[in-house]
Design a protein around this ligand. Structure first.
Ligand SMILES: [Zn+2]
Ligand SMILES: [Zn+2]
Length: 419
């Protein structure tokens, strides 16, 4: 397997820290609202990656965090007049329902930020001991000037990077919060520096350190997370004991635009997974999302989705009779997947496998991609057809014709072989 890493900007063979085991971390959702189809793209891609790696015999520990403490959650809970935990649990459930609807089920463990507060506090304490963080009246901050490799992932000049949080008490505008002091209602915890809550970046490294250690194989997420989020994660983790690199393969999914524009509520082009699955079948959505390479920008349009539905239907229509394995088709599929998860190429191969009647491969690869390439009714139909043939061979034409009649009534075309 070869993967492109945002860190080295090259495609490299996948070499894992432990043989035959892959540690994969993907930034999970902030559970304050419904997820949109941009999220669906990212989670479908890593679902396919995990399933493909498992199909090659590797053991994959796929870890995802659930950001359930955040400004957006605090504000939304206030608006709705419910507690932060009620809101977070509600949208965590909705998120998991969306994932289930899309056949995304490769995650080994979902880790909530709020259930890892001791690990978060412990990690912040060690960063302070190392002298790379400092305490102000507003909270605990990471001092980015102490981290030499800062900016390596995003490739941005130090001067151009400015943290979104403006806080007068910070020594440097690029420093970011590890712990925010204050009373934030339900989700406020005691810490050695006073009551407060964690910053966003520290939850990922506290969680990944707990389950994986300070170094692991793959970290994934949307392109928009490179800066400041992933850059901050590297600074935190690598400052603990200097182990480098924290992650060898940083994988980022490209942007998804809707009708040529970035999704936003004000533009009215914000499409939730919930709404998308009302119009399009999950198979079609996955097929559409995987028709583009994960690093390319992707335009979601009704035409594009309708076209994907048509192409998938075509595959199902031509994949009828089992004609045994198509060795070259299978090889091409594996090569495409091993080449930085080239799903558009892999889907082109699926078309070939369907045309050549490699039903076994279509079933197996369908599981990896989470798409059913075969007509669901094809198995019972072929059984019915077999029974009819047997009846006709025994000259029991009356019963055979009755079955035929019923099949035609159900809209199924029935061809009789010559006896
Ligand atoms: Zn992360
Ligand atoms: Zn994250």
């Amino acid at each position: 397997m070869h993967l492109y890493s945002t860190l080295t900007k090259t495609t490299e063979p996948l070499t894992t820290l432990h043989p035959d085991r892959v540690y994969l971390f993907v930034c999970g959702p902030t559970v304050y609202d419904y997820s949109h189809i941009g999220h669906a793209r990212t989670y479908v891609v890593f679902d396919v990656l995990a399933k493909f790696l498992r199909s090659t015999g590797k053991e994959v520990f796929y870890l995802q965090n659930i950001t359930d403490v955040d400004d957006k959650i605090i504000n939304r809970a206030k608006e709705e007049g419910i507690s932060q935990s009620e809101l977070a649990r509600k949208f965590e459930r909705e998120y998991l329902r969306d994932m289930q609807a899309l056949g995304i089920n490769a995650v080994s463990y979902y880790a909530r930020a709020t259930t890892h507060i001791p690990e978060i506090i412990d990690q912040i304490g060690r960063l302070l001991d190392r002298g790379v963080a400092y305490v102000t009246e507003a909270g605990v901050y990471f001092n980015v000037d102490t981290f030499e490799r800062n900016g390596e992932l995003s490739g941005q000049e130090r001067a151009k990077r400015v943290s979104r949080v403006t806080d007068e008490s910070k020594h440097n505008p690029n420093d970011f919060a590890l712990w925010k002091l204050g009373e934030y209602g339900e989700y406020t915890w005691d810490s050695p520096w006073g009551r407060g809550r964690p910053g966003w970046h520290i939850e990922d490294t506290a969680i990944s350190e707990k389950y994986f250690g300070q170094q692991y194989d793959i970290h994934g997420g949307g392109l928009d997370l490179i800066f400041p989020h992933h850059e901050a994660e590297i600074a935190q983790m690598e400052s603990l004991e200097g182990k480098h690199p924290m992650v060898r393969y940083w994988m980022h999914t490209g942007f998804l635009t809707v009708n040529g524009e970035k999704m936003s509520k004000s533009l009215g082009n914000f499409i939730t997974i919930r709404d998308a699955t009302k119009t399009w079948k999950p198979d079609v959505l996955r097929y559409f999302l995987l028709l583009s390479h994960y690093r390319s920008p992707l335009q979601a349009t009704d035409e594009g989705l309708a076209n994907a539905a048509k192409r998938l239907e075509h595959i199902r229509a031509i994949a009828q009779e089992d004609m045994g394995p198509d060795i070259f088709g299978r090889k091409a599929f594996t090569e495409a997947m091993e080449n930085d998860l080239n799903t558009p190429m892999a889907l082109a191969t699926i078309q070939r496998l369907a045309a050549n009647g490699d039903i076994g491969a279509l079933k197996e690869y369908g599981k990896i991609l989470g798409i059913n390439f075969l007509r669901e009714t094809s198995a019972p139909l072929s059984v019915l057809q077999e029974i009819r043939e047997e009846l006709r061979a025994r000259k029991q034409f009356e019963v055979a014709d009755l079955i035929r009649e019923k099949m035609v009534e159900a809209g199924i075309t029935v061809k009789d072989r010559a006896l």
